[in-house]
Ligand binder design. Sequence first.
Ligand SMILES: Cc1cc2nc3c(=O)[nH]c(=O)nc-3n(C[C@H](O)[C@H](O)[C@H](O)COP(=O)(O)OP(=O)(O)OC[C@H]3O[C@@H](n4cnc5c(N)ncnc54)[C@H](O)[C@@H]3O)c2cc1C
Length: 501
Amino acid sequence: MPKFLTNTTPKPKYDVVLIGGGIMSVTLATLLHELEPSLDLAIFERLGRFAMESSAAWNNAGTGHSAFCELNYTPEKEDGSIDISKAENIAEQFEISKQFWSYLLTKNYITDPKSFINSCPHMSLVFGEKDAEFLRKRREKMTQSPLFEGMQFSTDHAQLQEWIPLIMQKRKENEVLAATKMDLGTDVNFGTLTRKLGRFLAEDSQVEVFLYHEAKDLDLMKDGTWRLEVKDRVNHHKQEVSADFVFIGAGGYALPLLDSSDIPESEGYGGFPVSGEWLVSFKEELVAKHQAKVYTQATVDAPPMSVPHLDLRIIDGKKALLFGPFAGFSTKFLKNGSYLDLPESINFKNIRSLFGAWWHNLPLTQYLIRQVAMNKDQRMQHLREFVKDAKEEDWELKIAGQRVQIIKKDDDLGGKLEFGTEVVVNKNGTIASLLGASPGASTAVFAMTQVLEKCFPEKMNGEWREKLLEIIPTYGQKLGENPELTKKTRNYTKEKLELEY
Ligand SMILES: Cc1cc2nc3c(=O)[nH]c(=O)nc-3n(C[C@H](O)[C@H](O)[C@H](O)COP(=O)(O)OP(=O)(O)OC[C@H]3O[C@@H](n4cnc5c(N)ncnc54)[C@H](O)[C@@H]3O)c2cc1C
C-alpha cells in the first residue's frame, strides 16, 4: 500500500509543516528536502488527493506565464513608451521554474516531461489600427531583450491564416488584425506536475504526507514554535502538532489561516473571491486549426485576470481548446469550500480595507454582475469575436478554479484590491504564507525561493547556496542582461523538458 495512505497519525513535532497540497507547498517541500535532507517535514492536505483546487489542470488555464503573450504585463506609459519591466521579471521567473523542473527530471524524482509541459506558441492578438501600432511598438521594444528574442509580428492575413486558421476563418479582407508569436511558449499541466511531486515526496523521501487532514488553527507558543490543530476528516479526530516553521500554502484558505495566526503582518488583509468558467471544445477538427495560446486585451472595466484568451490545452495527452475566463462570483474561497467563507473572513481588523476596496472598485462589481448574469448564448457571442462561426454544440461550459484576490490596507483608500501574489512572513521568519493568484503556478519556484530568502536568509547565502545553484544554475543572475546565458539556459531546459520549438 502506498506509504502516504498508511500515514494516519502525525507526530507531535516537526521541523517544518506545510499546509496544503497544491503546487506551492510541493515546490517548497521539495526545495527544503533537497537543501537540507535531515529536516523533518510534514504536509497536511484537507482533500483526498493533491492538486484538487487551483493547481488542477482544468481549474487554471495552464499557461506557462512567460510574458510572451499577456498584454497587461506591458503597459503603455503616458509618453507613449512601453514599460516591459514586469514582463522581464515574469519571463525570468518562468526560466527559474523550468530549471527546477529540469533538475527534478535529471534526478529522476519525476519522469515523462510531456505529461506536464508541452511546447505551445504564445500569441498576442489585437484588432484595429491603433492597437496594431501598439503591438508593433511593443514587439520592437521587447525584442531588444534576449528574453523575448525570436518574437515575430505580422498584420498580413496570409501569415495570420497560417498561424491561427480558426480565428482567421470568415474575416473580411480589410479587417485590421495584428499578432505576435513566440514559439518558446508552453502549456503546463500543473495538476499532473503537483501530483508527480507529491508522489515523490510521499513515496521516495522522508517527507510525511497526510491526506484528509485539515489544519484548523495556528498559535504561536512562548518558545517560538507554532502549534497547529489538525483535524483528520475521515476519522473525525483532532490532534495538536507543533513545528518550528509553518508554510501556509492553502490557496484560498491561506487568508483565514493567516488570520488565525494573529501575526501583526496579517492585519488588514481581506479577500475577494472570484470564480470562473471556461468554454471548452474537444472537437478534433477545431483543435487542428488552433495550435497556440492567443491572448487579447481586457475590456476597459475588466480586471487583469479576465483578459480573454483562446488556448490550446494538452491534458493527459489529449488536445482541447479553452476559451475564457468568464468571471463569476461565489462567496467560497475554495471550490471545495463553504459559502460562509467570505462572511466569516470579515472582522474588525479588515472591514475598513474591504469596504474601501469595494467602494473604489464599483466598476469591477458591475463587471462581475454582468458576467455572472451571462447565459451560454451570450458567452458564445464573446467567443465569436475570436471564432466567427463557433457553434454552441461544439463547446461546453467548465467551472474554473476559485481565486481569492487580495485586499490590502491602504491609508488613502481604506483598502486596495491587488491582482498579484504576495508572500507574507512574520518578523522572525517562522511562518510564511502565499496570498493571491497571479501570475501563479508558473512562478511557484521563484515565489518559494522568496519564502526561503525571507525566512532562512543566512542558510540561503551560506550552507544552502551550492545546492541551490545545482538546482537552479542561474540563481541570482539576470538572464535579461546576458544573452549567452539566456541561450545556454534555454537550450538546457529545452532538452530536459523535451520541448519542441
Ligand atoms: C481561473 C484560473 C486560471 C489560472 N490560470 C493560470 C495560468 O494559466 N497559469 C498559471 O501559472 N497560473 C494560473 N492560475 C493560478 C494558479 O492556478 C495558482 O496560482 C496556483 O495553482 C496556486 O497554487 P497553491 O498551491 O497556492 O493553491 P492550490 O492549488 O489551491 O492548493 C491549495 C491546497 O490547500 C488545501 N488546503 C486548503 N486549506 C487547507 C487546510 N486548512 N488544511 C490542509 N489543506 C488545506 C486545498 O485543498 C488545496 O489542495 C490560475 C488560477 C485560476 C483560478
